[in-house]
Write a protein that binds this ligand. Structure first.
Ligand SMILES: Nc1nc2c(c(=O)[nH]1)N[C@H]1C(S)=C(S)[C@@H](COP(=O)(O)O)O[C@H]1N2
Ligand SMILES: [Mo]
Length: 425
């Protein structure tokens, strides 16, 4: 039958003809998103706390996080894989949910175009909240994916964007869940899974207007449609999750950033995003003339140490991963170096060492400075590492010295360290 000419506007219910659309399909996808987005929100907030944003303005330039930062707490150093797990979950779940999110948006798209724009004040408010919901979801997923893919497209501004966006999105999301959950429970109870999956016919007409009045003949079953969404998610999962490991598994992470190229094998053969060359670290900066400057706050003398001097100090080992906010991480590596708390003692803090401001000799690009909290300085596994896996650090891993702290986000593990200032935070 040729299309009826006057049924061409998306605002017309007859425009949308898929027999699959209906409350049941939307509810199933909604339940998956409810679980997944809750994981994203919780791991996202934790990730932000892990970044020591309260030690601003060094770590974080989010202005007036004020009320939204109410929950911030001192990020612990145990278990040492805490950030690795948290961020692995955040990024992996986020990427895996993309097909589900798109399917969910597809399932309700007729509503986006429905006219009149508002039938009542209540209806108008609901539609505004849906705009925040859809806009917020797209914004969070797009900024998240861009950040993961392009290695901090917006280093300074990603955190505030993604953080504020998360709160707006989650507010609208929570309201949406409260409003819709009763209906979801009812629809899923009444319709039953098996029957609905098998039944190729449209769902019974609904008040919300999701079911197409003039539905076309089915070309794919609900089982097939959900199967395709699931297959899409599974494909993203298996091509993403490998970035949480080293070696051959990492090579299965097709979409993971490969900024530093192949790290090769050997003691220093684990993931590198930013190479020394990329951030302009020159050989002479890290050679004989390099000194670590350690200072305390009270106008005392700075202590200047060469790499030889550091190697004469008491050296300790710790097995710790690097785990980036982008969701990739390494397995535990054996780091060896000087304890941060021993360096604090050199700066005059024999007991109860305070936090420290770490500065790199790097002159351009982001992450040249990071602030660590007192609990991080005190942990005996927190090191100014000089070696890794039994060999000197490679230039790309931060030679002559880098920070490594248990359970901390990678961005706090400053490479090419040149100065430690204790107690000024
Ligand atoms: N000086 C300096 N240290 C740095 C960085 C940097 O860009 N410059 N990147 C940080 C980030 S974001 C991570 S995840 C870890 C590991 O990064 P890499 O893969 O570039 O070694 O190092 C951190 N230390
Ligand atoms: Mo990172």
């Amino acid at each position: 039958m040729p299309p009826v000419p006057h049924m061409t506007s998306p605002a017309d219910p007859g425009f949308w003809r898929s027999p699959l659309r209906g409350p049941w399909l939307t509810s199933v996808l909604g339940v998956v998103l409810l679980l997944g987005i809750t994981v994203l929100f919780v791991t996202g907030l934790l990730s932000y706390a892990a970044y020591n944003p309260n030690l601003s303005p060094v770590n974080d330039k989010t202005p007036d996080k004020g009320l939204l930062g109410f929950y911030l707490f001192d990020w612990p150093t145990d278990p040492h894989w805490l950030y690795r797990l948290n961020q692995g979950l955040h990024v992996t779940v986020g990427i895996t949910l993309i097909p589900v999110l798109l399917a969910k948006l597809w399932s309700v798209i007729p509503k986006l175009f429905a006219l009149p724009p508002a039938r009542s004040v209540g209806h108008a408010l609901e539609r505004v909240s849906l705009l925040l919901l859809v806009g917020g979801a797209l914004f969070e997923f797009v900024t998240g994916v861009l950040n993961v893919q392009l290695e901090y497209l917006f280093p300074g501004s990603f955190y505030p964007l993604h953080f504020y966006g998360a709160w707006v999105f989650f507010g609208a999301f929570a309201a949406h869940v409260v409003l819709r959950l009763p209906q979801v429970v009812r629809v899923l109870r009444e319709e039953g899974w098996r029957e609905r999956l098998r039944d190729p016919r449209p769902e019974p007409a609904d008040e919300g207007g999701l079911v197409a009045p003039g539905a076309a003949e089915p070309t794919v079953s609900r089982r097939g449609a959900l199967g395709m969404v699931g297959a899409g998610s599974a494909l993203l999962l298996v091509t993403t999750v490998g970035q949480n490991f080293d070696g051959p598994l990492r090579r299965t992470a097709l979409f993971a950033p490969h900024g530093g190229g192949d790290p090769g094998s050997g003691p220093n053969g684990f993931q590198i995003n930013k190479t020394a060359a990329k951030v302009g670290i020159e050989r002479q900066d890290t050679g004989e003339l390099w000194r670590l400057v350690v200072s305390g706050p009270r106008g005392g003398e700075d202590v200047r140490l060469s790499r030889e001097d550091l190697l004469q100090l008491s050296l300790h080992s710790a097995a710790l991963p690097i785990a980036c906010v982008e969701g990739w991480s390494t397995s535990d590596q054996w780091w060896r170096g000087v304890r941060l708390r021993d360096l604090a003692a050199l700066a005059g803090f024999d007991e109860d060492p305070p936090g420290v401001l770490v500065e790199s000799l790097q002159r351009r690009g982001a992450f040249r400075k990071a602030a660590l909290r007192d609990n991080q300085v005190r942990d005996p596994r927190s090191l100014l590492a000089l070696q890794v896996n039994g060999e000197d650090l490679s230039p790309d891993h931060g030679y002559p010295a880098r920070i490594i702290v248990p359970a901390a986000p990678g961005v706090l593990n400053t490479k090419w360290v040149s100065r430690l200032t204790f107690g000024e935070l």
